[in-house]
Design a binder for this molecule. Sequence first.
Ligand code: HPA
Length: 278
Amino acid sequence: MREEPNISYQEQIRHAYEFIHHKFEEPLEAGIILGTGLGQLIHNINIALEIPYEEIPFFPLSTVESHKGKLILGELSGKKVVAMQGRFHYYEGYSMKEVTFPVRVMKLLGIKHLYVSNAAGGLNPDFGIGELMIINDHIDLFPENPLRGKNLDEFGVRFPDMSEPYEQSLIEKAFGIAKQHNLKVHEGVYAAVQGPNLETKAEYKYLRTIGADAIGMSTIPEVIVARHMELPVFAISAITDLCSPGNIKKVRIEEVLAAAAKAEPGMSLIIRELVKRV
Ligand code: HPA
């Protein structure tokens, strides 16, 4: 976050919102955050406006890795949407308040649902590379919570409920869409760690033991903040490597990206159809 004394986090969010709203006044239906290697959905958006992150007041300053980050506003499946081209990961050095800043801004822009995707390692032995897992619950293993500190009362309560972070009706609709299109999809629990290193074999075993089906380094902070604001969430993982005993190999980023590319068309289809039907 840019250092600006005397401007509270809430005011920073509001400034960012007003800047975007001034350029794009129509109320938005959905917010979309796409994971590593999963950005193709952007090409389905009828783009009305692109705003580089660095132009938006108080938006986190991008690192080199994500310096092409842009907010995309336009129409997807006949609905007005805002999508993040490039997300902020905790492992890049952003604070949790920075990682989740865009979700607060999207909520002020009027979104009714949040769609999130990510690349994840498959812990469930039934999962294959390039397959999809709809997230139905999560285990937060990040060392910091985005809601830590004074509660933002205007956005939500101090102790938000987390008994159903992922909207069941969206999960059911997504399964219906997958069935209609003969798409294989799993359902399961996503755990997230801070990264950036991948896990040891003992850590994979531990993650499976505590009940995770997939492991990644994102999504949960954004989901927690969305749920703080009672925003319904749909999230989906592309399984990019296998982390079950006997299947563990050295993870190469090229292979992760190739697996994400394999999973991407199905994932895009599900999100496009959900946006249309909700
Ligand atoms: N672990 C953590 N994050 C990941 C993995 C993994 O195996 N694969 C893709 N993101």
